[in-house]
Write a protein that binds this ligand. Sequence first.
Ligand code: PMP
Length: 410
Amino acid sequence: MTDAATATETRDLFSKFDPLINEREALLATGVRDPYAIVMDQVLSPTRAIIKGKETILLGTYNYMGMTFDPDVVAAGKKALDEFGAGTTGSRVLNGTYQGHKQVEDALKEFYGTSGAMVFSTGYQANLGIISTLAGKGDYVVLDADSHASIYDGCGLGNAEIVRFRHNSVEDLDKRLGRLPADALKLVVLEGVYSMLGDVAPLPEMVAAIRKHPNCMILCDEAHGMGFFGPNGRGAYEEQGVEGEIDFVVGTFSKSVGTVGGFCVSNHPKFEILRLVCRPYVFTASLPPSVVATAATSIRKLMHSGEKRAHLWKNSQRLHKGLSDLGFKLGSATPQSAIIAVILTDQMQAVAMWQTLLELGLYVNMARPPATPAGTFLLRCSLCAEHSDDQVTQIIGMFETAGKATGAIG
Ligand code: PMP
């Protein structure tokens, strides 16, 4: 084994990480806390936790609908743990399909109004599995340049040709599709809501552009739209009226549903065959019974959550207005989703703001390149339907204090 002290001098397979190690060490040497090593010592509710002894408002979770502490959801998980044990210890195609897995797939079919639903162990694996299995060597995956890592990784695993179009540009999407061989098979991957800036895709215009070209299927990732958008909470594609045009919807249980897991729903008549050929579905253990029971209960409750959705919209609009009135530069000119991104000039300013907010009792997510678009440093705020009016007022006040203390605003 390499001596740790000389690790950065000796060339080995870790050498490529040296620039990142050095950058991180330089940043931590300034005395700031590590933004990627926060520990929640206690979680009191969907919006409050104890971090290093301090009660903190959570504004950096994807718990949009606050389902993590819903009493029915928690009770369903406890019951399943008692009745079915802690885990399945097996793949969905072997010993790992319990009645709870079938029940959560039934709940998804009802929620989305589709004939097929397939549950994966995470949303990452759902994209990895569906994209790599549908689009193989010789096929094309046409995707937005700002797509989530799981979408890019799905293309890599399947060995498909990747064609990127400019973020949310209908014109560029059309142009790039026009350059591909007419007889080639293409999967166009869109996201309803983009998680870094919180902006929404112009789906009807994109669908119209795609339909001008032959042999295209469309997959829409609704990780950040589920629960919040559309009359039934299906996502941005429902809200924008393009349900009949989307061949596959991928989503996650780790956001509005409030637990962990991923899924794909579809009306394609051959959808079920994917269970036998999709490697990230076959070659991994299925979700524990408690998780599928909490997910099924949560999904059924999300079908009747109109009031919560209305409150979440109000929170998003209030926070967007409060932050832009204070002079912060935001990721979108208008509030488009439950994510509001504050754009900062550089890493030092982003970390200073992030740490000051934490000391004031507010947790937000810090995001940096390569996860962010155009090399930006972001503080990503994600609102929850359980944030009270008073908490939103406190949050805006904390941003004002931190912004002035760090020089991020005048
Ligand atoms: N798709 C998108 C757009 C996401 O933002 C995420 C997670 N942040 C995922 C997929 C993966 O979801 P999971 O956390 O369930 O792996």
